[in-house]
Unconditional design. Sequence first.
Length: 341
Amino acid sequence: MKTRSVLKAGALLAATATVVLTGASGAAAAPAPLAGMRVLLSNDDSMQAARPDGADGVGLYDLRKRLCAAGADVVVVAPWAYMSGASGAVTTGGTVSAQRRTVMPDGYRQDCAGAPSGGAVFGLCRGASPCTAASPSATPADTVKFALRGGLGHLVGWRDEPDVVVTGINSGPNVSSAINDSGTVGAAIAALDSEVPAVAFSGMVGDGLVVGRKTYEAAAGFGARLLTQLRQRDLLSPRFALNVNYPDAARGKASRVSWTSMGTGPLGVATFAPVDADTFTLGLGLCPADRYCLPETKRDSDTEAIRRGEVSITPITADRTLPGRDADRVRAAVIGGRLPG
């Protein structure tokens, strides 16, 4: 186990509150607050950023821009193609290829030119090089596992692991049950598997169920300030990741930062509409109107925080062991021999 500080909820909440207040006041940040920090950046929307609505990775480039501006050395290893909803899925055989991007999207071409690694961007596809439009993509978790298990050393010469893995900014919120489906969160959990701290970022949708450009930009600025605070206070830890959801910036500035738990009431649920006897069309039902939506039962839920226009920060862990009385009762029955063998 690597020696790292234990992340404390109270200290982190104080740090993130300071982030918002500092950003709102316009106070000048210290020069290059992330200088010397190595960041692996990934997502689940791809590294393409070619769609007009930006849903295929423009948030990744906004975050890359702000992290490099803060002095970080950022390397992107992201899915070659759109892999939203991949959760923690991994590829278990065959080959993968890391395709380096030589021309960045318009508006992002010189963002990391002064960084030690030059802001290198790689898309990871399955199959032999080069990746093409027909190449199947590696999963979000694949990209992080590949990068941390020799990929970064081979591609950019990093001998040591990065200081942090950052994922996002996702094109849509990852709250409540959507956390279980999220490739953005799945990639962050993959970092914990290698004992590397991780932070996942997502943006709330606005009109047309699309994340607006202002939201991506505001979330990226918040992300750079958050990482600065966590680094300065030695609060990054591999024990759990942070799942950050930023509200729709079209509604105004984030009202506050809330330390939240994973909610029970989702923002939307998958729907399956029959076309014929054997075929169904997948869609999205919005909550709370859809019949399959579950009610919110937690006062500190991420779902309600993002609806109120707050930044939601939820600690998440790869350890799925259930603590508490319910587990203790089953344990007593198992150990006591009261269950059939």
